[in-house]
Design a protein around this ligand. Structure first.
Ligand SMILES: C[S@@+](CC[C@H](N)C(=O)[O-])C[C@H]1O[C@@H](n2cnc3c(N)ncnc32)[C@H](O)[C@@H]1O
Length: 327
């Protein structure tokens, strides 16, 4: 555990330099690889060997480095875009986590301590960081998007409103699976711009309206299904009650709200299956000042916003789908 960040940094360096892309055409020795990525041969070879020992890339007996399955995941064009996750976790996220002790002592998110402002404010004035954060979010949402595309929820719906839907990862997958469904993607202006390109690329641009706005002020009305995926965990309870109330204000009497989040257990036990949720909770602590929640914490938030849980189930990819209706 104490050394975890060392391997993480090595992975980040390989991803940032584009080692996997340089090896795509075939094995290279350290000199040729270093030339291709703009690094120094000995130093790069040592980083790559640390990764090889952990299962990323291989080295032949002639000393040439090559791709294996794990290394191939780091290519820019790899399905799933793992590289986007590695890069973003190695950038602002890494620096924010460096201040975890400060966060635990003071309550201030590490991100705010390092960058002097909350993450979404910073993103608004730093388009490269916004693009990196959105790419990481898209990559991490792909599996859930696939689960949701086949969920019963949309079977009899006409319009789905994805509130804080990012670049449209989920709404695009859902629209592709349901050709008669229309979508509304509701986002901050700087993400809405990125979403237009993604939705067009996914072939659903003509069925999804992009609405720019602030979910603390209002949420578009007219939806049969309102989606809130990985949104509530970015915020404290007060802010969540506001977001949920804005959704409720927009929802007609028959509309449904679909919240997709990890549901934490009431008590911690030693269990590898609980590690992803516990670490996601730390990301929320260090990065945005939000939190993961238990079932009773979700029901209390819903209740305060005039909503009632109707159904909840774990998706194959891990998080829960919590369906709520107007109480
Ligand atoms: C963790 S991301 C989730 C994105 C998407 N739902 C997904 O799961 O892939 C949270 C999203 O909330 C958006 N967001 C943050 N503050 C917002 C606000 N005040 N109004 C609308 N969207 C906001 C962010 O731009 C970001 O894309």
């Amino acid at each position: 555990m104490a050394q975890g960040y060392q391997l993480s940094r090595a992975l980040y360096v390989a991803a940032e330099l584009g080692v996997a892309d340089a090896l795509a055409a075939g094995p290279l020795d350290a000199g040729a690889l270093a030339d291709a990525v703009g690094a120094r041969p000995d130093e790069l070879a040592r980083v790559v060997r640390a990764l090889i020992a952990s299962g990323v890339f291989t080295e032949a007996t002639d000393g040439r480095f090559a791709l294996n399955d794990a290394g191939t995941c780091l290519r820019r064009d790899a399905p799933g875009d793992t590289r986007a996750i590695v890069l973003n976790f190695g950038e602002e996220m890494y620096r924010a986590f460096g201040e975890l002790l400060h966060t635990v002592r003071t309550g201030q998110p590490g991100f705010d301590a390092v960058y002097g402002q909350p993450v979404f404010d910073y993103y608004t004035t730093h388009p490269e960081a916004e693009a990196s954060g959105s790419a990481r979010m898209r990559a991490r949402s792909l599996l859930v998007a696939r689960d949701l595309a086949t969920a019963e929820l949309f079977a009899d719906a006409s319009t789905v409103v994805d509130v804080g839907g990012g670049v449209g990862t989920v709404v695009a997958a859902v629209l592709r699976a349901h050709p008669r469904l229309s979508g509304v993607l509701y986002e901050r202006r700087s993400v809405a711009r990125l979403a237009a390109a993604y939705l067009a690329e996914q072939g659903v641009g003509d069925r999804c309206r992009i609405v720019e706005g602030d979910f603390f002020a209002s949420v578009p009305d007219g939806g049969d299904v309102y989606l809130l995926k990985s949104v509530l965990h970015d915020w404290d309870d007060d802010r969540c009650r506001t977001i949920l109330t804005r959704c409720r204000d927009a929802m007609g009497p028959r509309a449904r709200l679909a919240i997709v989040e990890i549901v934490l257990p009431d008590h911690a036990t030693e269990d590898p299956a609980l590690v992803p949720g516990a670490l996601l909770d730390l990301i929320m602590l260090a990065y945005v000042g939000g939190r993961e929640r238990t079932w009773s914490e979700f029901t209390a938030l819903l209740d305060a916003a005039g909503l009632a849980p109707h159904d909840a189930s774990a998706l194959p990819s891990g998080p829960h789908l919590i369906e709520a209706r107007v109480a």
